[in-house]
Ligand binder design. Structure first.
Ligand code: GLN
Length: 486
């Protein structure tokens, strides 16, 4: 087995037993990037020099017998999480040369464990998109079929894991951006409960929805990363002071006593691909066979999730992105020489079309006279969706659904049709609106050999039970060990 193929857990064992050094492991991963990433384009920045230094430091920690679970493990970071001294572009021209003077809270946590930051990975510009095609940096390809999108917006983070160009990665999820690319690339991805993981140092898209979370090769690795990045942080006012369980210790076998809910509304969703539907049904049967009880639940308002999400997310984006005015950060275009002209020209040239579209929609929704009709209305719908989930979780522990309505689509297929692109998030947006955790785990393949993901959603701060279901499903199946050939 090649070193880059290791899971985080396997690498941790080999590192602590000193069978392998972090320098060897990191060099193998960087070598792998050099060999295959010209086909996939996952990385925007490979931080080879600092990564090798961090690996040396990790080896020292290990030799002193102070190995922690992530010590020496190479991790990739979505390019909207601030890394001190390493360019953080948000895949946008406007931040093309932005080098943050500080680390995000999650990066500090990784570094405190002695993890190795391999580099920064591609995404849709400012995380707006479902295919990574809206990056202003490069086009990322799905390793299972290079003519297809990897999903988005954390497309690079999913590809880097799927193609063994890191052992795990961090992405962000505002409406599905961890779960949908995880599903399209056949890896595990989790969006934690809103408030579980600090967003200090995450470049904001829609602040009432954004969460950082892990993408990994299997469920246990996901739990390992979650344990490290979770927890209260006074620098993020939405972070919740709640103890973090050791998720990895909670991996009991069997699902006796667990009730899974299947939303009836999702079964007749228009545009749901029959192969995806069949894979989900078969996954549910497997979960029942391991001992869980299955019931039907109802989420009557999720049909309005896409509409509510795109009003709320765009409104918050228009407000958050107001700071990029050519004065404080990054790119500036002089324009016609006066201040307004400079603003206009900087923002027109610095932002791509999708980001501009969101800013225009959002500014309209928030404008005087329209606020009540759009933002306020969408917020009321959001409350109804939240109540749907609270009601459902009175009768079940987790809710199962597809992650995406279809397997990965072809590059270019939905690019010119924003509405169709927005519909790829139909199953994931509700969890962000409700603030609940959601994860994607591999549960099958299409007839064309493309991965399909199962979504597991849990109640607020109940990631444990999701891990339990995911772990048992993974033990009973082998979808997570299949690899794309590059
Ligand atoms: N695809 C959704 C959007 O474009 C979600 C993006 C995300 O989760 N960052 O807004």
């Amino acid at each position: 087995m090649n070193l880059y193929e290791l899971t985080m857990q396997q690498a941790h064992r080999l590192l602590s037993e000193k069978e392998v050094s972090s320098q060897e492991l990191t060099a193998a991963v960087i070598d792998r990037i050099k060999t295959v990433d010209e086909k996939t384009n996952a990385y925007i920045t490979v931080a080879e020099k600092t990564a090798m230094e961090e690996a040396r430091l990790a080896d020292k920690i290990i030799s002193e017998g102070n190995t922690l679970p992530l010590t020496g493990i190479p991790i990739a970071i979505k390019d909207l999480i601030c890394t001190e001294g390493i360019r953080t572009t948000c895949a946008s021209k406007i931040l093309e040369n932005f080098i943050p003077p500080y680390d995000a809270a999650v990066i500090k946590k990784l570094k405190n464990e002695g993890a190795v930051i391999v580099g920064k990975v591609n995404m849709d510009e400012f995380a707006m998109g479902s295919s990574t095609e809206h990056s202003s940096m490069k086009l990322t390809h799905n390793p299972w079929d290079l003519e297809r999108i990897p999903g988005g917006s954390s497309g690079g983070a999913a590809v880097a894991v799927a193609a063994d160009m890191c052992l795990g990665s961090l992405g962000s999820d505002t409406g599905g951006s961890i779960r949908q690319p995880a599903s399209h690339c056949g890896v595990v991805g989790m969006k934690p409960t809103y408030g579980r993981v600090s967003r200090f140092g995450l470049v904001a898209f829609a602040s009432s929805l954004d969460q950082i979370g892990p993408l990994t090769k299997n469920v246990r690795d996901c739990a390992m990363l979650m344990k490290v990045i979770s927890g209260y942080d006074p620098s993020d006012s939405t972070s919740v002071p709640k103890d973090v369980p050791d998720y990895t210790l909670l991996f009991q076998d069997g699902l006796k006593g667990i009730t899974v809910g299947i939303p009836k509304e999702y079964q007749s969703t228009k545009g749901l691909n029959p192969e995806v539907s069949a894979a989900i049904k078969s996954a549910v049967r497997t979960i029942e066979a391991i001992g869980a009880d299955c019931i039907e639940v109802s989420l009557p308002h999720v049909e309005y999730a896409v509409a509510a999400y795109y009003v709320i997310a765009s409104s918050e984006a228009s407000s958050n992105l107001a700071r990029y005015d050519g004065v404080k950060y990054g790119f500036r275009d002089k324009g016609n020489g006066n201040l307004l002209g400079m603003y206009r020209s900087t923002r027109s040239k610095g932002f791509g079309t999708e980001v501009q579209r969101r800013i225009i929609i959002g500014t309209y929704c928030l404008s005087a006279g329209y606020y009540d009709a759009y933002y306020k209305k969408a917020s009321q719908v959001r409350t109804l969706i939240m109540e749907d989930f609270s009601r459902a979780f009175k009768t079940c522990h987790v809710i199962l659904s597809p992650v995406a309505p279809t397997p990965a689509f072809k590059i270019g297929e939905k690019y010119d049709d924003p509405l169709t692109m927005y519909l790829s998030d139909i199953f994931t947006l509700s969890a962000n609106l409700a603030g609940i955790p959601g994860m994607s785990i591999p549960c099958g393949f299409s007839s064309e050999g493309l991965p399909i993901g199962l979504q597991i959603m849990g109640n607020h701060f109940n990631e444990e039970v999701m891990f339990k279901v995911a772990h048992n499903f993974e033990k009973a199946t082998d979808f997570h060990i299949q690899k794309p050939v590059l």
